[in-house]
Design a protein around this ligand. Structure first.
Ligand SMILES: CC(C)(COP(=O)(O)OP(=O)(O)OC[C@H]1O[C@@H](n2cnc3c(N)ncnc32)[C@H](O)[C@@H]1OP(=O)(O)O)[C@@H](O)C(=O)NCCC(=O)NCCS
Length: 88
């Protein structure tokens, strides 16, 4: 699953990305992310941001996202990085 939210008319945010562990690394997450980006474009967004836990940063980097700063620590213990991608 995954959700796309508009933070502003030009900025979309990916939230709640998750794939059931037994289906992980089979390409589903990538397909969900590509679909969310397509929807963001339809909504007029020029960039997508997200907060990624450290383990997932590689997944997002493979899809063109770059770390642009720290994000809040979830539940007081899971560090997250803010990531961004300009939509072409
Ligand atoms: C991150 C997540 C959404 C990716 O979905 P997915 O279907 O596994 O991803 P894909 O199969 O499309 O892509 C695989 C790539 O994701 C990354 N990846 C996925 N699971 C990983 C893991 N457990 N450890 C390290 N990298 C991982 C790798 O870069 C991998 O590429 P590789 O196999 O060539 O090394 C999924 O693994 C997940 O739900 N993880 C747990 C929850 C989570 O971290 N959500 C994101 C919150 S910010």
């Amino acid at each position: 699953m995954g959700r796309i939210h508009l933070n502003s008319p030009v900025e979309a945010q990916v939230r709640y990305m998750a794939v059931e562990p037994q289906f992980a690394r089979g390409g589903l997450g990538g397909r969900i992310l590509v679909g969310l980006e397509a929807r963001a474009r339809e909504l007029g967004a020029k960039r997508v941001v997200l907060n990624s836990r450290e383990l997932a940063c590689r997944f997002y980097q493979q899809h063109g996202y770059a770390v642009c700063g720290p994000a809040e620590t979830m539940f007081g213990q899971i560090p997250h990085a803010r990531m961004m991608k300009e939509l072409s």
